[in-house]
Design a protein around this ligand. Structure first.
Ligand code: NAP
Ligand code: GDD
Length: 353
């Protein structure tokens, strides 16, 4: 039985990767940060099948311990301060976790088990101010956020340890991937959550920042398969994982509302742009400048040709299916929340009477 260590196991990708590796018969170990209230996040449903190890990417000793305890054949480094917006508010923490943390983990592997295969979660955010369209493995990098800069360090240190110490170390340059488990601060989940609330009449409108920025959006479940494939090759290498399609945030909004039969009509421009429910005339989308970033990545579109030909990777979930799944999931969650609120209200009324 192979053993795998996943950092960031309770995040979006960590949970899908853990499910995939358990299906393949791996012994799965997950590195998790200690919290004041125990919270398994996205792996609550499989927590009995995973071996949890407390640790932190900024604590080398905890990583040495994690590699020792897990005796990992494969190490997937998914842990990160992953929200680009926050990286301007916490630039130092971001680089300590997303940059230096990668060196810590590589050192732990080099010291404890150099035969372990290593996956680094690199990102399309490293392309930033894009130098080529579409972006591929050879496209020059130009990061536009402290997050992008920190991840670029993580990317190069992975390559450097591969070349310096002959470690089997790969970077997956993954473009945006979302899911029903996506954090609600990311634009896709923020939109699908708001669509469900607006449809149910418990939210009036959705506030967004830059709706013109374009992203190449896939589903996390497809993307974790690529991570695993990268560690099953004869030679370690880096790969772009993307759909080769790009859409604006505005198009995502339109598609999400369409899934609950709401047609959005746009009026105005810039910060005065509004989205109106065509059937009711109500404003359902507004711009709030607080959601704009100090520097923006205007367009991302990746070319996954190398991964498709060398790894045999292909995505299965289309953009429309992705949005449909996210909206359907949020509709269910909001309905559940409303039912619980009703029960609580009834119980309060009974107590008062
Ligand atoms: P996510 O949901 O935000 O998960 C990040 C995970 O990292 C969480 O489990 C978090 O734990 C953990 N973490 C944060 N700081 C840590 C620390 N100091 N020590 C240990 N664990 C820490 O992110 P994701 O979407 O699954 O992404 C996975 C990885 O892929 C990240 O490295 C991200 O930067 C990268 N990536 C993501 C995308 C994308 O579109 N999703 C694209 C390219 C690359 P807590 O619960 O304790 O915070
Ligand atoms: N979050 C957010 N909230 N983004 C908004 C909003 C808003 O209200 N309004 C517009 N946007 C725009 C952002 O300015 C950005 O251009 C785009 O929507 C996507 O933002 P996010 O969903 O926050 O994702 P991201 O592209 O910045 O970063 C994600 O993808 C990277 C890969 O390219 C994260 O998952 C990163 O961890 C990942 O590396």
């Amino acid at each position: 039985m192979k053993s795998a260590l996943i950092t960031g196991i309770n995040g979006q990708d960590g949970s899908y990767l853990a499910e995939l590796l358990l299906e393949k018969g791996y012994e799965v170990y997950g590195l998790m940060r200690r919290k004041s209230v125990v919270d398994y996040g996205n792996v609550e449903h499989i927590k009995d099948k995973v071996n949890f190890i407390y640790g932190d990417m900024t604590d080398l000793v905890s990583l040495i311990n994690a590699v020792k305890v897990s005796k990992a054949d494969e190490v997937y480094n998914l842990a990160a301060q992953s929200f680009v917006g926050t990286s301007w508010e916490q630039p130092v923490a971001t680089v300590e976790i997303d940059g230096v943390g990668v060196t810590n983990l590589l050192e732990a592997i080099r010291i404890v088990k150099p035969s372990a295969r290593f996956y680094q979660a690199s990102t399309s955010e490293m392309f930033g101010l894009v130098q080529e369209i579409p972006q591929k493995e050879t496209t020059p990098f130009y990061p536009r956020s402290p997050y992008g800069v920190a991840k670029l360090y993580g990317h190069w240190i992975t390559k450097n340890y591969r070349e310096s110490y002959d470690l089997y170390a790969c970077s997956g340059i993954l473009f945006n991937h979302e899911s029903e488990r996506r954090g609600k601060e990311f634009v896709t989940r923020k939109i699908t959550d708001a669509v469900a609330r607006i449809k149910h009449g418990i939210q009036d409108y959705l506030e967004l920042g830059n709706m013109d920025s374009k992203r190449d959006w896939g589903h996390s479940k497809d993307y974790v398969k690529a991570m695993w494939l990268m560690l099953q090759q004869n030679v370690a290498d880096d790969y772009v994982i993307a759909t080769n399609e790009t859409r604006t945030v505005r198009e995502f909004v339109e598609t999400a509302f369409a899934h609950v039969d709401i047609k959005v009509k746009w009026q105005g421009s810039g910060v005065d742009e509004i989205g109106i429910n065509e059937a009711t005339g109500k404003i359902i989308v507004k711009i709030n400048p607080k959601f704009f970033r100090p520097a923006e990545v205007d367009i991302l579109i990746g070319d996954p040709a190398k991964a498709e030909s060398k790894l045999g990777w292909e995505r299965e979930i289309s953009f429309s299916q992705l949005v449909e799944r996210m909206v359907a999931n949020d509709m269910k969650l909001v309905e559940k929340e409303m039912k619980i609120d009703q029960i609580n209200l009834k119980e309060k009324e009974i107590a008062i009477n």
